[in-house]
Design a protein around this ligand. Sequence first.
Ligand SMILES: Cc1cc2nc3c(=O)[nH]c(=O)nc-3n(C[C@H](O)[C@H](O)[C@H](O)COP(=O)(O)O)c2cc1C
Length: 360
Amino acid sequence: MDGPLISLADYELAARGALEPGAYAYLAGGAGDEVTLRDNAAAWRRLALLPRMLVGVGERKLEVTLLERSRPHPLLIAPMAFHSLAHAGAEIETARAAAATQTILCVPTLGTTGQAAVAQAVPAAPRWFQLYVFSDRAVSRELVAAAAEHGYEALVLTADVPVRSVRERELRTPVPEGAQLASKVTVGKTAGAVTPAHFAAQVDPDLRWEDVERLAAESRLPVVVKGLLTPEDARLAVDHGARAVVVSNHGGRQLDTVIASADALPAIVEEVGGQVDVLVDGGIRRGIDVLKALALGATAVMVGRPVLWGLAVGGAAGAQRVLEILLAEFDAALAMVGARRPSELDSRLLAPARWVAESQ
Ligand SMILES: Cc1cc2nc3c(=O)[nH]c(=O)nc-3n(C[C@H](O)[C@H](O)[C@H](O)COP(=O)(O)O)c2cc1C
């Protein structure tokens, strides 16, 4: 792509050009007909803004309080498997971008780089650990213990992968043989590489709320349950010890035609927002999307694919730039709706849009 990369969309286009087609298909794709994948982004656009003027917004702060800790801004990097498909430096490059922008990096169970190696390489990166619970619970226990040992501040338990979905883009354009599509995690008795197919067979499809309760009781790290779309499940999560929930449909990669995360958010905020932090992810591509999420009651947002596009284009510097663009857009949007800090945002700033949201 010619010319400067100004927006997250520019980064996606540039990454698409730079990546091997199979890698792009794995990172970009969604489940089924990708209806939810497209609607995640469209749903933020279905909200129109009702900005206030002459508030006096010269002094702004993006600070939020998340899990009782002050954070400089409301962005996190969503847990994503196999950063190596975007860049050979994988999660360590992403961690550098996280450290530079003080963005919490959710290191995945299926990372190319293990949780200890990420922590040792970039100790300044704020980090949470994303947990898949395997049928062999001893593996999960080891992962949890290692997360606590290596300075991870929370456990993100992913709830929406009882089985892995079929992603047709991946089948049509597979990742080339020999690509580093393998995690260093040891699953059960199989030491060494874990591929997505191998992993799918190991994740426990019988995971239940009692398991969340046990994890919350046994771990000294707060448990965040990710992948919820209904207020009923958010209530169950809180009742079973979750300290935060992430409204998410896995970026449209699991069950197609589920509700867009922006549309699911308000009812969940209404149900549990008074008790725990509610985070959201899916289709956040602009600072105004971040602003709308917070106006709907989210404490913070996770950003997925765009970080990998930045990584693909320019390693740590590219991922850092993506986060900086989003933060600059969010800061400007905050000023233009008449707010000085995230805590001043609320749903009075939002109206249903009269235009037809783009769905492509
Ligand atoms: C390539 C890729 C891998 C992912 N792997 C995981 C994972 O291992 N665990 C998990 O909880 N979510 C995973 N997700 C979902 C993200 O955490 C997040 O929910 C989603 O990407 C947010 O949507 P966005 O990409 O539109 O920002 C993955 C997403 C992508 C794109």
